[in-house]
Design a binder for this molecule. Structure first.
Ligand SMILES: [Zn+2]
Length: 212
């Protein structure tokens, strides 16, 4: 079984529970910096089938998206699991243009992810791993952004498109419409040093896979 954790925090509990066996492979993408909870998952773990991709605080959406796609593909091809658990915590969704404009997003300010990047990454994983799948929630501490994320994710799972605008008769319309439509953050381009950063993150994971 493959467990993929997209929450901005390291999936330490699940990793600890299954580190003794290769029947469950854990792969977590998260912020790893001094002072950022829980402080584990630095990519040097020695457990069986334990993989981590530690990222710097403020990682941009296109870098995260591409790293997740390539990272999941590498682990997927190495193990060809029978089933998948995908943890979709959205506490990394905190686009920098919101923070700069004084708008509220996830209080952790861990990464600059957007719902555009998140739904594409989730959709890619579901296309790649055509096995029985359990999709879980996770972190998300800004209620309107979290509601939008899970609405978009549900639509992605069902293969449906949502309208960009929040329906005017929606409960909490004011809160939801406050910072724009259904998406959180503008869809952004790859930063100039993005490809280099993706290669660095994926190479570290590749080396860990080769060691197993
Ligand atoms: Zn979290």
């Amino acid at each position: 079984m493959l467990y993929v954790d997209l929450d901005v925090h390291h999936g330490d509990g699940v990793e600890f529970a299954f580190a003794h066996t290769e029947k469950v492979i854990t792969l977590s993408f998260h912020v790893h910096e001094p002072g950022f909870y829980p402080g584990t998952g630095d990519g040097k773990e020695k457990g069986r089938g334990v993989y981590n991709v530690p990222m710097p605080r403020g990682t941009k959406a296109p870098v995260w998206e591409e790293t997740v796609k390539r990272g999941v593909t590498m682990v997927w091809e190495r193990y060809l699991p029978d089933c998948l658990v995908l943890q979709c915590g959205c506490d990394g969704i905190s686009p920098s243009e919101y923070t700069n404009a004084g708008l509220l997003t996830d209080p952790h300010r861990g990464m600059s992810l957007t719902t555009h990047a998140f739904t594409r990454a989730a959709s890619y994983i579901l296309e790649l791993c055509k096995v029985p799948t359990l999709i879980l929630g996770g972190g998300g501490y800004h209620p309107p952004s979290t509601a939008k994320h899970f609405a978009l994710l549900t639509a992605t799972i069902l293969g449906k498109e949502l309208d960009e605008d929040i329906p005017v008769d929606a409960e909490y319309w004011e809160e939801l419409e406050h910072d724009g439509g259904i998406h959180v953050g503008r869809d952004t381009q790859m930063p100039p040093d993005g490809e280099e950063e993706i290669e660095r993150l994926c190479e570290a994971l590749r080396q860990n896979i080769d060691k197993h």
